[in-house]
Every structure is written in C-alpha cells, then in structure tokens.
Write a protein that binds this ligand. Structure first.
Ligand code: C2E
Ligand code: CA
Ligand code: CA
Length: 550
C-alpha cells in the first residue's frame, strides 16, 4: 500500500475512537481489521462476513445487500464515486441492543482509476446525531414539497443542454400488500424503497416520497435507452423484498417546456402512471398530450358513478352460454351495463378499471350479484327452467371483504339453489394470489370459473394445484392460436389436458362457426360469444331461454 494511504488510515483510526475500521484489499480478497475489537481478523469480503455474522439487524440486511452490490459493481465496472455510505442497524460489542450506525466505504485506486482497496468505517451515531437526523428528515425534501421542488428546478436550470425526466412510480395494488402481509410489512417495504433509492440516486437525481407509496425521481438522461435502463435498475433493486410479489408502475414525463413549474411535470408523470393501472403487460408509460382527455373521461366517470347507482343507470345484461353440440343454452354470464343519461351506453372496458381503482367496484358488483339472484328467482317463480348464471368477482376486494359470506347471504335472501350462481375470477401471476379465496368460495359450494385463461399471465403451471372447476378460455387466446397449425395444436392439447385433470372448459369470444366446430372437435362443448348471442337485457334473455331450450 502507498505510504500516503497508510498515514491517512492511521490518522483516521487514531482520531476516531468510537468507530471500527476495516481495510479490504481487492486484489488479495483479504480484509484486515485496523482498530476496535469487534470482529476477528478475517479473509474475504468483509460485507459478506458482516451480513452473515448476525451483528446486523434483519431490517437492515436488504439495505446492506444493495450497498454491497454497488460496491461489487464499482470494483467490476468502475465508478466515478470516491465513496459510498449506508445507514444500518448493528449490534456493537459493548451494547445489548442494535444501534444505528453509519457504514462508509472509501475507495483507493491505482493509476488507471481502478479500485484496488477499500477502507470501511463503521461508526455508531450518537444520540444527538440521531436526534438531528430525525429532525433533518422531518425537514428534508421527503416531507417538504417546496424544498423538493426547488431541488428539481435546480436540476432543470443546471442542465440546459441535457434531457430531463420526471419519473413517478408506485407499488401496484399496495393496498393488497397491507391486507395480505400486514400493515407493518407494508411500512417496512416503503422504508426499504426509500432507503434503496437513497443508495441508487445521486445528488443530482433528487428523489422523494410523495404520498404513501408514490415516489418521484428527477434525472437527466442521454437517450431513451439510457432512461429505460435506469428505470429497469430501480425496478430490479426494489423488487422481491422479503420474497413478496409486487409490481411497480412508472409514469415518465420528459421535460419539454422548461419554463413550466416543476409541479406541472410531476403531474404529467403522475397522469402517465395512473393510466397504466390494470394493464398487465405494461408498467412504464410516457406522458403524452392526449392523456389529458383520457383523464377527463376518467374524472367524469368518477363524478357520475354514485348518482348513477342511485338513479338506476346500471343494469345487468346476460350473455348466454351454449352447448355447441346441442345448440341449447346451458348458462349465462352477468355483465354490467351503464346507460348514462347524456353519454348513452358507457362500455365496461371504460368504467370497470376506474371502479376497480377507486373501490366503487364493490358496490357495482354486489348490485349485479343481487340482480343475478333476483332474476334466477323470477325464472323459478315463472316456471322457466333456470340455467346457472356466472357473476364476475374482481380481485381488488377479495382480501378485504368477505365475498363468500355476502354471496351466501344473497342466495339465502332470494332462496335460490346455490348451484345456480357461479363465480368468475381471473387468476394471474402478476399480483398476490387469490387461490385461498377461491378455495373458500368453492368450499362454500360455488362453482368456480377461472376467467380470461390464456390472456397473459395465467400459466399451465398454475393449474397443478388450482382450486378452480372450469377454465374460461379467453378470446385473445382463441383468436391468436386459431391462426396457425401449431397454435391450434396448443388449444387442442390445453383442452385435452384440462379435461384430463378434471377441469371443465368453456371458450369465450366465439365469433364464427369455424371456431365453434374446432372447439367441439377438440372436446370443448361450451361456448359464449357473438356467434351465438351478444350480451342482452335480462328480460330478453329469459325469452330466449324459453325459446331455445323449449
Ligand atoms: P369478461 O368478464 O371477460 O367478459 C366478457 C367480455 O367479452 C364482455 O365484454 C362481452 O361482451 C365480451 N364478448 C363476449 N363475446 C364476445 C365476442 O364474441 N366477441 C367480442 N369481441 N367480445 C365478446 P364487456 O361486457 O364489455 O365486459 C368487459 C369486461 O368488463 C369483462 O370481461 C369483465 O372483466 C368486466 N366486467 C363486466 N361486467 C362486470 C361486472 O359486473 N363486474 C366486474 N367485476 N367486472 C365486469
Ligand atoms: Ca367474466
Ligand atoms: Ca373473460
């Protein structure tokens, strides 16, 4: 080692009694303890030893892992930083509990600038420092939008020749994390995100937690590929905390008009982010001018929805399900329709995602379930032989609201056979599973249909232990795979295999006779789609039922 460094290290050791020093030689993969008597002499990466020693509090392990990863990256790929630091909770030799410590890594380099050695300094914060730190935190940009806004503005002003992006992101369905794993784990996750961002972002990339689970980062960038790489890096480093499954959605606003208030760029990023909700295939969205009109549409849906329910603007349509071989009606799916006084018929594709996001979907769904039961009752009362009606269950509320109890009470209220009400729910891998909920419904006696099978995330693997009774093949799966010989084989084998493991099949979105014949040939006899009938008002359905099943 260079004498210059030796002197410097010696000085640091001497002047700083309360802290512990480690010196790591990259070439020899060896570590020496320079002061303090906490840990024995050791070889290898001190951070690895440290993480495994039990001296680091569990809540700090992920931050330490991120820190460690950055150091490894710096050694391998180089870095322009001279030091890195992280705050972690550590059990020190003379104290009973964990103490908040500052772990600091100073890089020593060779002539080419490659990191050759690292000097680590682990120092417990004093009570006063912890107090100051907490105070500072309260007044830091995290809690102070004005200050944050000023920092963002500085980035814009300091970089007139560079492109600038406002990146806003949140944890999709964060509510579900709280409900599934508990609020404490939810808080921990948010803290982890905050801590990790502190490690990822430089001084020139101000970040901030805006509200519960919404974060913002402002950064300069060279080109879009670089920006996407930066976002992917954030995503990778923030994912998988404690093995949990969650997804981030990012809205990005690239600054065009530099004279606008930073809030305007932030709002645009926020809009881009909010418009992703419910799209399983996309999690990064760039702001564009048209989004404003989409937002307007969403706002007007939200303004009108409560009144719409009270005014009876929502109705239930039924779409018949047919037996391909006999041509008889074997069931129906209940679908919500909104007949708006001025806008006319609003498509569920527009309002369902909005309701799922703002929670109103519970009200609409219970309304539809009630209607479905009511109609089944009326068929029984009028001597019409009923067929089962399936209703849609949204995944949004299944963890927070006892759907099973609600449905049972409706069945009881209308005195209909349980077998006449079937439940459709989508199962997908992109979020917290619904298997336990499905099992509960099935145990209560309901027939369970897996909606939208083959539309994206659902997989064959999922079928292994599935509690579902029926697979509902999605229109997109049918359309796409019908096109090629290979695709048709896949449909055929999916059907065969599902039947083999005791699952029933129904295909939806059947639009022509070729599809119907092909499905029938593959062993799928149940179909729903425009070829047979569009969704129709419930009274029309009752007439059709009598006529077709005569
Ligand atoms: P979904 O559950 O997959 O419902 C099937 C959708 O496919 C319906 O659209 C139906 O009209 C449409 N469809 C049926 N056959 C064909 C066909 O042959 N060709 C084409 N192109 N489309 C066909 P709809 O009624 O617009 O509903 C859209 C989605 O909105 C539904 O998809 C469902 O996810 C949701 N939804 C509708 N009503 C409700 C409800 O009461 N509660 C909940 N939670 N979601 C609902
Ligand atoms: Ca459905
Ligand atoms: Ca479907």
């Amino acid at each position: 080692m260079d004498d210059k460094y030796k002197t410097r290290l010696a000085q640091m050791v001497e002047c700083d009694e309360g802290s512990y020093h480690f010196y790591y030689s990259v070439a020899d993969n060896a570590c020496f303890q320079l002061s303090g008597k906490v840990f024995p002499e050791l070889n290898g990466d001190p951070l690895k030893y440290f993480a495994e020693s039990g001296a680091v509090d569990e809540s700090s392990l992920s931050a330490l892992a991120v820190f460690s990863g950055q150091i490894k990256d710096g050694i391998k790929k180089g870095t322009d930083k001279n030091s890195l630091a992280v705050d972690i909770s550590v059990k020190l030799p003379d104290s009973a509990g964990f103490a908040l410590c500052h772990l600091y890594a100073l890089f020593l380099r060779d002539e080419q600038g490659k990191i050759t050695d690292i000097h680590y300094d682990l120092r417990p914060y004093s009570q006063l420092e912890i107090f100051n730190r907490d105070v500072l935190k309260m007044f830091s940009s995290d809690k102070n939008p004005k200050l944050y806004s000023a920092r963002c503005k500085k980035v814009i002003d300091d970089n007139p020749d560079k492109e600038i992006a406002f990146i806003q992101f949140d944890v999709e369905r964060f509510k579900l994390i709280n409900e599934t794993y508990g609020v404490e784990v939810g808080d921990e996750l948010l803290q982890f995100i905050n801590d990790t961002l502190a490690l990822i972002c430089t001084e020139e990339q101000p970040f901030c937690r805006l509200t519960a689970d919404v974060f913002m980062i402002v950064t300069t960038f060279e080109n879009k590929a670089y920006l996407l790489k930066f976002i992917t890096k954030i995503e990778n480093m923030l994912s998988g905390y404690k093995g949990m499954k969650y997804r981030f959605v990012f809205g990005v606003c690239i600054v065009e008009d530099r004279t606008l208030h930073t809030r305007a760029h932030g709002d645009n990023a926020s809009l881009a982010r909010q418009l992703i909700k419910g799209n399983a295939l996309q999690n990064i969205n760039f702001f564009s001018g048209e989004m404003k009109s989409t937002l307007k549409k969403k706002k007007s849906i939200e303004d009108d929805m409560q009144k719409a329910l009270a005014n009876g603007e929502f109705t239930m349509y039924l779409q018949p399900k047919y037996s391909i071989s006999t041509g008889r009606i074997i069931g129906a799916e209940a679908l919500a329709r909104w007949l708006h006084p001025t806008k006319g018929m609003v498509s569920p594709a527009d309002f369902i995602p909005v309701f799922e996001e703002n929670g109103f979907i519970i009200k609409l769904d219970t309304f539809i379930w009630d209607k479905a039961c009511k109609y089944i009752r009326s068929w029984l009362d009028n001597g019409i032989k009923p067929v089962p009606v399936s209703v849609n269950i949204s995944r949004e509320y299944v963890h927070s609201f006892d759907v099973t109890a609600m449905l049972l009470s409706l069945v009881e209220k209308h005195k209909i056979p349980l077998s006449m009400l079937e439940l459709e729910i989508t199962e997908s891998l992109d979020s917290v599973g619904v298997q336990d909920v499905v099992k509960k419904m099935k145990d209560a006696g309901f027939k369970m249909l897996m909606d939208d099978f083959g539309s994206g995330y659902s997989s064959l693997n999922m079928l292994k232990n599935t509690p579902f009774d029926v697979l509902k093949i999605d229109k997109s799966f049918l359309d796409e795979f019908m096109e090629s010989t290979r695709g048709r084989k896949i449909i055929e084998h999916t059907i065969m295999m599902s039947r083999d493991i005791g699952l029933d099949i129904i295909a939806e979105g059947v639009e022509n006779v070729e599809q119907a014949l092909f499905l029938s040939h593959c062993g799928c006899d149940a179909a729903q789609g425009f070829y047979y009938s569009k969704p129709i008002p419930a009274d029309d359905f009752a007439r059709k039922l009598v006529e077709v099943n005569r």
